[in-house]
Design a protein around this ligand. Structure first.
Ligand code: FES
Length: 166
């Protein structure tokens, strides 16, 4: 290899590395978060399996409980907080008594299980049995305009204890 070829090779390599390092973050910005990264995180989807843009949920009124398909397709309630932001706490729509799904009753301000009458507070705490455990939590975050749902593995803020599902 001649001296000219070596200099051309080194210059080209330096330009390519510089361009790639500058363009990589730009490219990542326009790509939705990757699923299957080993963390168990998924992108919130509708019942047809299409990703739900965060703006679609955030356009709903304050106090809305929006159902999405979360981790492993579990129906999961998202909450619009009083400040208009999405709550970081999602609630899995599966009664801790025997697993029925349940609606949010905005008049009563409760999740009300139709199977055996359990009632849950807005944060998923049990207000009336036979259920004896709070609703399963998942972590919710908006990343690049997508809603990312992740397993909640930290202390349960409602009980102050290790979550029953961990
Ligand atoms: S399954 Fe909900 S109260 Fe029994």
């Amino acid at each position: 290899m001649s001296r000219r070829q070596l200099l051309n090779f080194l210059t080209g390599g330096a330009v390519a590395v510089t361009a790639a390092s500058a363009l990589y973050p730009v490219g990542r910005f326009f790509l939705p978060p990757v699923e299957g990264d080993g963390s168990g995180s998924v992108i919130a989807k509708d019942k047809l399996g299409n990703p739900i843009p965060a703006a679609q949920i955030l356009a709903e009124p304050i106090g809305t409980r929006a159902l999405i398909a979360g981790i492993a397709g579990e129906p999961t309630y998202l909450t619009i907080n009083a400040d208009g932001a999405l709550s970081e706490r999602g609630l899995v729509d599966s009664c801790t008594h025997l697993g029925c799904t349940f609606p949010w009753n905005p008049t009563a301000g409760q999740f009300q299980c139709p199977c055996h009458g359990s009632r849950y507070a807005p944060d998923g705490s049990v207000e009336r049995g036979p259920a004896d455990r709070p609703l399963k939590l998942v972590r919710v975050a908006v990343v690049n305009e997508a809603i990312v749902v992740s397993p909640w593995t930290e202390r349960d803020p409602r009980t102050g204890e290790t979550p029953w599902w961990v």
